[in-house]
Design a binder for this molecule. Sequence first.
Ligand code: MG
Length: 328
Amino acid sequence: MEFINYQQILYRYGAEGIQEPQPGEQGLFEITDDTQMTLFTAEGLLRARVAQATAPQSSIVGIVHHAYLRWLHTQGEDNPHFANMYGFHNDDGLLIQQFELFKQRSPGLTCTAAMMNPEIGTPQNPLNNSKGCGAVMRSAPVGMIDLGVAPFQLSCEIGAITHGHIDGILPAGVLAVLIQEILAGQDLEEAVQSSLQVLRQQDGSGGLVQRIEEAVGLAHSDLPVQTCYKKLGEGWVGDEALAIAIYCALKSPRDFRQGIILAVNHSGDSDSTGAICGNILGAYLGRSALPQDWLAKLELCQVIAEMGRDLLTAYREDEEWQAKYPGW
Ligand SMILES: [Mg+2]
């Protein structure tokens, strides 16, 4: 999908565009590189939580970087510079045992190159000048777990492992706050405004603030969707991908299926805008709102659900929260 434009989508799937996931070779709805990396973010964060219990000074970002090295291994590469620290195969953990994750689903070159670097990228010492959406599209788990640190900063630092441009990094921070605010019980509109408030305090955030405000305005307008897409961009870069996902979520706040259909029917990076919109609406509507016929054929569905449950442990112990989000 991300490699065909809107006209080609209409030609292939009909005048309404694509309406259903298309089964792959095994008859399953295949996850994309976005979900693969999101899973490794989740595993890194879960391990960081375990490490914190025994060694409070553990670096969360360092542990997530290690998780991304395992992701790199699944994609057929190993970083020799970290071999002494972790060993070459990085063959521990739940995800590395999932053979499905060893399939290449067009991994982002920025992520692959950054993970081969001898150094770990940080906001202060960026490895490149990339503003691609590879940082934001994997960052939702940061908003799902409480590690005792501000999710915005943590998510930006995790984003900066691979992406150096501020428009690649900041959207990762915004998505984490947005997910956290939603899970804390805010309405979708309120959560977007809360994340904008945090964003406005950051240096160099003016462009992203403007883009998200535009997405909110367009979601409230009657302009045709494809007209809005022309204004919001194509989603290859982080700020555009997040803006498109927020626009689609606000356009369809009660209907997960409809929101995803909206988020994948355009000429740009449609698997990533679909993934991010799915993160937002999934958090907002809860597991019971996900289309059961999609889940039934979803590749690695159980692993994804297990990761989600583990991340949400802190919330799931809260009875009030459970009543509000049945099925998580
Ligand atoms: Mg993509």
